[in-house]
Design a protein around this ligand. Structure first.
Ligand code: F6R
Length: 622
């Protein structure tokens, strides 16, 4: 979702701005722009309703001398993806320009007030309202009898006066026509990180644009505002006044991300799974005690033993992980688990005892609903933990503790390796809780042995790719798909369907296989393929019956199996074989062919798999 960059120093700003926006493309966007201060012209805005490549061309058409600038990729919320709605937005006839991530809820009321004062709006955005409001505050402060011309304080004051009037969330970067030596940044609920250089400073909404430019960073916290100048940073907290910037080292996980010879990030990330799973397991298996260990839960074994219930929350793919986690934890640890969409949890008031432990599951660590749900749970006195991939993200920082996935950057918008790493961590968690409760040492050791085999198992699973290509070619023209499974393979079916629909735009539904006959079976015909996840296990025969029901109605069947069964081979139109493993680890293995199937079908249909339409990598709005 929307990205922000900024540069101030002695070099030309636009190469960093455009390059930084390119690195933020993975978040999903539909328009882009930069604002640079070119003396004596003032603020120059270059915007396109399209890709960063087009912005690059537009910027190159006119020479730039600016050494100060800000940039933005926009994911449309208020108003369509047009050049007028693209950021940066200008306030008060060109005195300032700003970029904004987040949503301002009271923008309509503020806009009415500004219209009455004679301001003209060129966009439908809530962000332009902030720009004019700030210009108005600056005008009033400057008109005061004791105003000191061009003092930094005057600009800070104008920003502060604006912020108190906003209801909603923001990450803001602001440049001023008359102060080309300064950028002001402000944050509430939308991340911003400052890159500290020598004689230059950088700004971005996540660390990816900063890689290679600096290794020293400062995360801005909520209610903080920063004044960036070439040779200094000043951080001011709304309530505490000036605070010392907390300079941190840029994590080594944030390596340079390139395609490594793959045509798409999604495919690269699918193939990275043996390694990402290895990283999720690294250092966490305690063979001597037949358990798993974590460094960051910030709870003693005694406190963990007294937990009576877990509540797992998240959105999209992370919610599917939570659902798989529910099966595994209840099975291995005999501990009741609830799963709730974060977007629902944040506005529900479920009766929960204080011995309920809350886990927020999130790849990005920035999902607005998950962050809000965790805050709400924290407010009610629960210990909140994050299962998160992005180090230093908002959720990682705000939770009381947590477990990092260490999956490395996930650039493809469709989550792949984060999903299997989440399932790996949830399996470790089930083992950990199990061993604190009734699970035997021998069972713990057996689980560890299976977990250790996982990376190699995934390598072998990836060998199904050729078969998946054939299946994709046969069904790429279908307009509806069903994904069916039972037990842990039910949430797997939901995830398989989500992968297909989000990148190929084919309608797909996941269902518990037995539930199909209560309605969805009406969809079955010769044009609607059903993907059956049918590895061996307690419900194998039951799912086989469901498969027969589909075949009896002429529906094509793609079966994902972990052993040769002549009956399935005879019934199914296509059979994809994966290696066998313990039942609770099957969702990790069966995810691979479903990811590959979605990828192959989407590429055959000419879809942009890494940047599917309308989607954003991290959903920072409600
Ligand atoms: C689907 C997908 C989304 C995310 C969801 C939550 O492929 O990527 O459904 O899983 O937006 O995102 P995180 O995990 O970053 O909180």
């Amino acid at each position: 979702m929307c990205g922000i960059v900024g540069y101030i120093g002695s070099k030309q700003a636009s190469p960093f701005l455009v390059g930084g926006l390119r690195r933020l493309e993975y978040r999903g966007y539909d328009s882009a722009g930069i604002a640079t201060i070119n003396s004596p012209e003032g603020i120059r805005i270059t915007r396109v309703a399209g890709r960063v490549d087009q912005l690059d061309q537009a910027v190159s058409r006119r020479p730039q001398v600016a050494t100060t600038g800000i940039g933005h990729t926009r994911w449309a919320t208020h108003g369509p993806a047009t050049e007028e709605n693209a950021h940066p937005h200008v306030g008060g006839h060109g005195v300032l320009a700003l970029t904004h991530n987040g949503v301002i809820e009271n923008y309509e009321t503020l806009k009415q007030g500004l219209l009455a004062l004679g301001y003209t709006f060129h966009s439908a955005t809530d962000s332009e309202v902030i720009a004019h409001l700030m210009a108005e505050c600056l005008k009033n402060i400057s008109a005061a009898p004791n105003a000191t011309t061009d003092s930094v304080d005057r600009y800070v004051e104008a920003v502060q006066q604006t912020l108190v009037q906003l209801r909603g969330t923001y990450g803001l970067a602001i440049v001023f026509r008359d102060r080309p030596d300064m950028i002001i940044a402000a944050r509430l609920g939308s991340p911003l990180v400052i890159g500290v250089g020598r004689g230059e400073h950088f700004l971005a909404s996540d660390t990816s644009p900063l890689v290679g430019f600096t290794e020293r960073i400062v995360y801005l916290a909520d209610h903080q505002l920063a004044v960036l100048r070439a040779d200094s940073i000043q951080v001011i907290h709304r309530d505490e006044g000036k605070v010392r910037p907390n300079v941190q080292q840029l994590s080594s996980q944030t390596q340079e991300v390139d395609l490594g010879g793959f045509p798409h990030y999604m495919l690269k990330e699918i193939y990275e799974q043996p390694e990402s799973i290895r990283n999720a397991l690294r250092g966490r298996l305690d063979k001597d005690n037949g358990t798993a260990k974590f460094g960051g839960l910030n709870l003693t074994p005694q406190q963990l033993r007294s937990v009576r219930r877990l509540l797992l929350t998240g959105c999209g793919t992370s919610w599917h992980s939570a659902m798989v986690g529910e099966y595994i934890i209840e099975e291995l640890a005999r501990l009741p688990v609830e799963v709730e969409y974060a977007s629902e949890l944040r506005y529900r008031n479920p009766p929960l005892e204080h011995d309920t432990l809350i886990f927020g599951i999130t790849q990005s660590g920035e999902t607005a609903d998950t962050l809000a749900a965790l805050r709400e749970m924290k407010r009610k006195g629960h210990h909140t933990l994050a299962i998160c991939n992005v180090i230093g993200s908002s959720i990682a920082q705000e939770a009381d503790g947590g477990i990092y996935l260490h999956a490395g950057p996930e650039i493809g918008v469709a989550s792949t390796k984060a999903f299997t790493s989440q399932l790996t961590v949830l399996s470790l968690l089930a083992l950990h809780f199990g061993r604190l409760r009734g699970l035997s040492f021998e069972a713990g050791q057996r689980i560890i042995a299976r977990l250790e085999e996982l990376p190699e198992l995934i390598e072998r699973t990836l060998e199904c790719h050729d078969k998946v290509r054939t299946v994709a070619a046969r069904f790429a023209d279908a307009t509806n798909f069903l994904y069916l499974g039972r037990n842990t393979n039910f949430p797997s079916a939901l995830e398989g369907a989500l992968k297909l629909k989000e990148i190929s735009y084919i309608h797909a539904e996941g269902y518990p296989a037995a539930e199909m006959k209560h309605g969805p079976i009406a969809l079955v015909d010769e044009h609607t393929p059903s993907v059956f996840i049918i590895p061996r296990g307690v419900v194998y025969d039951k799912v086989l019956s469901n498969l027969q029901e589909v075949k009896a109605r002429g529906g094509p069947v793609i079966a994902i199996v972990d052993h040769h069964d002549p009956q399935v081979a005879r019934l199914a139109d296509e059979v994809i074989s994966v290696p066998a493993t313990e039942e609770f680890l099957q969702p990790i293995v069966t995810a691979i062919p479903m990811q590959l199937l979605a990828y192959e079908i989407a590429t055959l249909r000419g879809c942009d798999v890494d940047k599917p339409r309308n989607l954003a990598k991290s959903v920072t709005v409600e």
